[in-house]
Design a binder for this molecule. Structure first.
Ligand SMILES: [Cu+2]
Length: 142
C-alpha cells in the first residue's frame, strides 16, 4: 500500500519534470533574454524583431517570438491585434501557405508565433499590426 503511494508520487514528480522541461523549451512568451535574433526591421515608429532559441528557423513546425519595440526608446510596446501571413512563391503553382498565427505572450509587445514552414527555402512573412501598420520579412527555413 505504502509502496504504491511512493511509486505514484515518483511518477507524478517525473511527469512534472518532463512537462516543465518541455514547457520551458517551447515557451515563447516568458523570458527571452537568451533568445537569438533571426531578423529585425523598422516599420514606422516600431522596430519589429523575430527571435527564437537557436536564431534559425527550420523546415516544419516552428515556434518563435515576435517583438515590437518603440524605435525611439527601444521599449517593448503593445501593438494590439497581430495578423500573420507566411507564403512561399512556387513556380507554376499557387503559393504555399505556412499557416502562421500570433498570440499575446502576456508581456506587452511580445507575441508567441506558431508557423509551419513545409519547405526549405525563403518564406514571405507579412505582419499586420497596430493601426494599419505592416512589416514584411523574408524568413529562411533550413
Ligand atoms: Cu515551396
Amino acid at each position: 500500500m505504502r509502496r504504491k503511494v511512493i511509486l505514484a508520487a515518483v511518477v507524478v514528480a517525473m511527469l512534472s519534470l518532463v512537462l516543465s522541461a518541455c514547457g520551458g523549451s517551447s515557451n515563447g512568451g516568458g523570458d527571452t533574454s537568451n533568445f537569438k535574433q533571426i531578423q529585425q526591421q523598422r516599420a514606422g515608429e516600431y522596430v519589429v524583431a523575430v527571435l527564437n532559441e537557436t536564431g534559425q528557423l527550420k523546415q516544419g513546425p516552428n515556434k518563435f517570438v515576435l517583438e515590437f519595440r518603440s524605435a525611439s526608446d527601444n521599449k517593448l510596446t503593445d501593438v494590439g491585434n497581430v495578423q500573420l501571413n507566411a507564403l512561399m512563391p512556387m513556380p507554376g503553382m499557387s503559393p504555399m501557405s505556412g499557416g502562421a498565427s500570433a498570440a499575446p505572450s502576456g508581456t506587452p509587445g511580445r507575441y508567441s508565433v506558431e508557423s509551419d514552414f513545409q519547405m526549405v527555402g525563403t518564406w514571405g512573412f507579412t505582419i499586420k499590426f497596430g493601426n494599419g501598420q505592416q512589416a514584411k520579412f523574408a524568413l529562411r527555413a533550413q
